[in-house]
Design a protein around this ligand. Structure first.
Ligand SMILES: Cc1ncc(COP(=O)(O)O)c(C=O)c1O
Length: 396
């Protein structure tokens, strides 16, 4: 049997060194738990970066994937396919959107939304093409979404960037107003900034941005790649804020572990026509059958509502830790997306100690760790996770 050390050696020999990995080789999972190749068990508060919303190895997913694998995996979008249309119906009927197009990742979903907004601007706003996005946003790593992402650190090595993006402060409606010109086609923002460290805007921010977009006739694109599929306590994040976007992008949680993305649009701005966009694997039968099964499970079991109920419990337990450790400066969160801030840049040490203690965490910032467990997590598992995190923090 190949040992953990041997797997690490293979990685350094064969795999591009683009991500600094934690030292374990994760081999299998069940519910909120995963195990490494040494047999050590962890509580997973990362969910594959906000993906495994209905837990690891959920039998619903295993059955749907096996059934589809035995039926047909791929035919291309040249033909009608059933799982794709079943998923399309489920998403449209459960959202404010009229149409969907499937792709393979969050970045691709945002690429589609950007193209839609530009085409809409050409058609309905005298050629407007600019998209206002927020500083510290994260929209992906393709060249288009990198230009949209308001983080110079990710961008500067890959200049020249695609033009047509204007970045303004997040949670600042006046900044959007000041940046709006005749060239503005859309505003694209996250309901909560995930990669920035779970940055939660004022309660009325999205509503005020919506009003401004309506007043100016520009599109509101919500990047719900991280916040969608129940994460904030509603099926989609926009439902938490009493507004409707014109365009919405999804990925991560939509796949429950399989790689899929989607951009959704209201009819009034659905400017794309045949030939404008496409994808070989987008809407593939395997991924859509899996996403359909997972989404049906999520909706039928009212998991977004359970997520909302669990929010005060998780935040309460995190605040208990804040009471114990003076170097914790802030706890914040919504649904089951939460963050813990530290007085200094100790996130890497906290992650290492947490690994030892048996809880997997993610550190979007040197001073911030993020919590995004499966939405099916129980109170007992939260208790156990917080006990392990407490043990880890005690070693810092
Ligand atoms: C809000 C948001 N948009 C887009 C992306 C990009 O998604 P992907 O990594 O699937 O391309 C991410 C990834 O973290 C994200 O958090």
């Amino acid at each position: 049997m190949t040992s953990t050390a041997e797997w690490k050696e293979k990685e350094s020999k064969y795999y591009m060194f683009l991500v600094r990995r934690q030292p374990m080789v994760i081999e299998r999972g069940e519910g909120t738990h995963v195990w490494d190749t040494d047999g050590k068990e962890y509580l997973d508060f990362t969910s594959g970066w906000a993906v495994n919303n209905i837990g690891h190895a959920n039998p619903v997913m295993a059955e749907a994937i096996a059934k589809q694998a035995k039926t047909l995996l791929q035919t291309s979008n040249q033909f009608y396919t059933i799982p794709q249309l079943q998923l399309a119906e489920l998403l449209v009927e459960n959202s404010c959107m009229d149409k969907v197009f499937f792709c393979n990742s969050g970045a691709e979903a945002n690429e589609g939304a950007i193209k839609l907004a530009k085409k809409n601007g050409k058609k309905h706003r005298n050629g407007a093409f600019e998209i206002i996005t927020a500083l510290n946003s994260f929209h992906g790593r393709t060249m288009g979404t990198l230009a949209a992402t308001g983080q110079p650190a990710y961008q500067e090595k890959f200049t020249p960037l695609q033009p047509g993006f204007v970045h303004v402060d997040y949670n600042d409606v006046e900044a959007i107003m000041n940046a709006t010109t005749d060239k503005t086609a859309a505003v694209m923002i996250e309901p909560i900034q995930g990669e920035a460290g779970v940055v939660i805007p004022a309660d009325d921010y999205l509503k005020r941005v919506r009003d401004w977009c309506d007043q100016k006739g520009i599109l509101l694109i919500l990047d719900e790649v991280q916040t969608g599929m129940g994460r904030l306590g509603s099926l989609f994040g926009y439902q938490e804020y009493g507004i409707e976007p014109d365009v919405m992008t999804l990925a991560k949680g939509l796949g429950y572990g399989v790689p899929i993305g989607a951009f959704m649009s209201k009819e009034h701005c659905m400017a794309l026509v045949p030939g404008d966009h496409g994808s070989t694997f987008g809407g593939n039968m395997l991924t859509t059958a899996a996403a359909y099964a997972g989404t049906k499970f999520l909706i039928d079991n009212d998991i977004p509502a359970k997520t909302k109920e669990m929010e005060p419990y998780l935040l309460g337990r995190l605040n208990d830790l804040k009471g114990r450790f003076s170097f914790i400066s802030e706890i914040r969160g919504k649904g089951l997306l939460a963050a813990m801030d530290f007085e200094s840049e100790i996130s890497p040490q906290v992650l290492t100690a947490a690994n030892e203690a048996g809880i997997l965490l993610n550190a979007p910032r040197p001073t911030t760790i993020r919590f995004m467990p499966p939405l099916t997590i129980t109170k007992e598992e939260i208790d156990q996770g917080m006990e392990r995190l407490g043990n880890a923090l005690a070693t810092i």
